[in-house]
Design a protein around this ligand. Structure first.
Ligand code: C2E
Ligand code: CA
Ligand code: CA
Ligand code: CA
Length: 283
């Protein structure tokens, strides 16, 4: 029995080693993948809840891997964080997204969506971040108020970003959003000190509004309270993961302004149908 147990562990070890090797190889491929143009950006609409009008789009990166097909960020962002490639990858996404948003604006300034870009913890920690963002805005011509950066509380903490260094970003005239709000540490304390303009409520809140509890369930009451809090602090609230019309209706009733989720459209190419159409930046 003891020998069999040992053998089983050996199998687990071998599987773990194989996984680690695969991860290592994927990470090691990142620099060349960037050179070869294997990364691209999809855009997911962020809509006004009452009427579904897309006021913004979140940029979501993908890797078209020659062997593994299209990879989602969950499969490679942490690798880029670990091996230092995140700075370059982040710069690529930021430039791409800003150029795209400027193309939308040129086409139809009144109706064009703004763009929202995710920052990883390492990017947040980068001393040169504000200078970098400023440079990209100048080079692309995108007005700062059309760019939002999404950061998680953990990114702020792990990146040791002080309110002052975030204020440097904020001073550029861009918007800052706290992503995955409600899942992290001491959310409310951060609202007092960070110069944020928007909250993105994690999709677990939308999930809680799927059921038959109507507007009386605990998630509904939390969403209503957070929305009121946000209004008092003049923050915009976006709810993520809206998948059904019933959820959208309830969220709008609870006072949420903006929604994002499969109901309104998943991540898609910039040239896909809808008000974002036909103004795709050439690759
Ligand atoms: P996130 O910022 O919370 O982005 C939302 C994720 O939820 C996206 O996954 C999106 O495709 C997915 N989603 C959208 N609507 C729905 C819905 O109705 N239901 C469900 N179940 N999911 C929905 P994606 O594109 O795989 O991105 C995953 C995470 O990777 C993002 O989470 C973000 O944290 C990170 N990420 C994406 N792009 C970038 C990037 O350019 N830079 C960095 N640093 N992180 C990125
Ligand atoms: Ca996000
Ligand atoms: Ca999120
Ligand atoms: Ca999330």
């Amino acid at each position: 029995a003891k020998a069999a147990g040992k053998g089983r562990f050996a199998v687990f070890d071998a599987q773990r080693d194989a996984r680690q090797t695969a991860r290592y190889r994927l990470g090691a491929q990142l620099p060349r993948a960037l050179e070869r143009g294997e990364f691209f950006v999809l855009y997911q609409p962020i809509v006004r809840l009452p009427d579904g009008f897309p006021v913004a789009a979140e940029a979501l990166v993908r890797w078209r891997h020659p062997e593994h097909g299209v990879l989602a960020p969950g499969q490679f962002i942490h690798l880029a964080e670990d091996n230092g490639m995140i700075a370059e990858l982040g710069r690529f996404v930021l430039e791409k997204a800003c150029r795209q948003a400027e193309a939308w604006r040129r086409r139809d300034p009144a109706r064009a969506p703004s763009v929202s870009v995710n920052l990883s913890p390492r990017q947040c920690a980068d001393e040169g971040l504000a200078g970098e963002v400023d440079r990209v805005l100048r080079e692309t011509g995108l007005p700062p108020e059309r760019l939002q950066l999404e950061l998680t509380e953990s990114a702020v903490i792990e990146g040791h970003r002080s309110p002052e260094s975030l204020r440097e970003l904020s001073a550029l005239g861009i918007r800052l959003a706290l992503d995955d709000f409600g899942t992290g540490y001491s959310s409310l304390a951060y609202l007092r000190t960070l110069p944020v303009d928007a909250l993105k409520l994690d999709r677990s809140f939308a999930e809680g509004l799927r059921g038959g509890e109507g507007l009386d369930g605990v998630d509904a009451r939390i969403v209503a309270a957070l929305t009121q809090l946000a209004r008092a602090l003049t923050l915009t609230v976006t709810v993520e993961g809206v998948e059904t019309a019933a959820q959208a209706y309830r969220l709008a009733r609870l006072g949420c302004e903006l929604g994002q989720g499969l109901l309104f459209g998943g991540p898609g190419p910039a040239g896909a149908a809808g008000p974002l159409d036909a103004a795709a930046e050439p690759d």
